[in-house]
Design a protein around this ligand. Structure first.
Ligand code: HEC
Length: 338
């Protein structure tokens, strides 16, 4: 590099340095990752609705929110405490209320799930932009794996755990085993009937306590698991409305990742019998619709971008005109608008 070029670069760098120095703290772009950890830390705390269950898991599902008008928000909370594993998409209370609020002033008081006929008739049809969620609204998705209690406590369950290195997906074979204090029966449940799998040379043993898990109560079922068995959290999404923009965040189990976990706050603890198990999840976050951001567990989302795809899949297109509607580019208006 010539001395002159060097001099110019140095002048630019010094200039940039002084601009940064005079900018007030608030004008600097904040890292979405730090916001993502902070917001998640709040939502993984115990809900108060059911012991050891984090807030985002007890939020209502679409099946509990729709049809609108049949229940009060209090009734919605009652249902969600019983069926927490039933569906994996959950909506925070602000979102649940907004989903059942009037669609737009132009279509009267009818909520999303009952307004289709009115919307089709109204001219002009309300554009996508009239529908907005407030700041502090959140959506969540939880991806569980059913782990049954094995009749032989030495056995476990082999799982292909998807993890990320950069934008590449790798799979790790692990065998989830029960710590001795959980392997024994639960008085209220029948003895275990599942055989389970013996140790395998190519699958490292990982204790259930390295994950967040939920133990099924009498009468509960999840994907073949019954009373006394476990639903183990492999991955989850949390989407937050922050200052008018969606912050897309996604988490998957990978205690080793420095790339996606090195900046995790030291106190990242949450609900459950092992609060620090939440530190074993790696995370990706973005406000943008261009960067690559995906959860390795979601095969259909790999190497893609949350906002980009949601901007397409959430749109409902009128069959009779060019009009279309989307609920703030995030949720499935396409599915719920009837
Ligand atoms: C390739 C398309 C695609 C990508 C990429 C994608 N999603 Fe989705 N997502 C969907 C579809 C389709 C649904 C609705 C599925 C259904 O209703 O069964 C959905 C549902 C959801 C839901 C449930 C809420 C709702 O009302 O639909 C959340 C939360 C969510 N996605 C978050 C994310 C996050 C976070 C990312 C990025 C890490 C992401 N999605 C990437 C297509 C995508």
């Amino acid at each position: 590099m010539s001395r002159r070029t060097f001099g110019r670069i140095a002048a630019v760098l010094i200039g940039l340095g002084s601009v940064v120095a005079i900018l007030p703290q608030s004008a600097r772009p904040r890292s979405p990752r730090l916001d993502a950890w902070r917001l998640a830390r709040d939502l993984i705390q115990e809900s108060g609705t059911r012991k050891s269950i984090p807030k985002f898991v007890v939020w209502p599902t679409a099946r509990e929110i729709f049809p609108c008008g049949e229940h009060s928000p209090a009734a919605v909370r009652g249902v969600s405490a019983r069926n927490l594993l039933d569906e994996s998409f959950h909506y925070s209370p602000e979102v649940a209320v907004r989903l059942c609020a009037p669609l737009s002033p132009a279509t009267g008081t009818a909520p999303l799930d009952a307004v289709l006929a009115t919307w089709e008739k109204s001219k002009p049809k309300p554009p996508t932009i009239t529908l907005q969620f407030p700041d502090g609204a959140h959506l969540a998705a939880a991806f569980w794996n059913a782990v049954r209690r094995p009749a032989d406590p030495q056995n476990g369950k082999i799982v292909q755990a998807a993890i990320r290195a950069g934008n590449e997906v790798r799979t790790q074979r692990i065998r989830i085993t029960l710590p001795s204090h959980l392997g024994t029966g639960s008085a209220a449940c029948d003895p275990p009937t599942s055989k389970g799998e013996p140790a395998a040379a190519d699958a490292a043993d990982v204790s259930l306590d390295e994950f967040f898990w939920v133990r099924l109560n009498p009468g509960e079922r999840y994907n073949g698991a019954l009373c006394g068995d476990f639903a183990v959290l492999m991955a989850f999404h949390l989407v937050h409305k922050v200052q008018g923009r969606w912050l897309w965040t996604t988490f998957w189990w990978d205690p080793e990742s420095k790339e996606f976990g090195g900046d995790r706050p030291k106190d990242f603890d949450g609900a459950g019998e092992v609060p620090r198990a939440w530190r074993n999840y790696a995370m990706d976050a973005s406000f943008e619709s261009t960067a690559t951001i995906f959860n390795p567990w979601r095969i259909e989302e790999r190497k893609d971008n949350c906002a980009r795809c949601h901007a397409e899949v959430t749109v409902y297109k009128s069959p009779t005109s060019d009009a279309q509607i989307s609920f703030d580019s995030v949720t499935a208006a396409r599915n719920h608008f009837q």
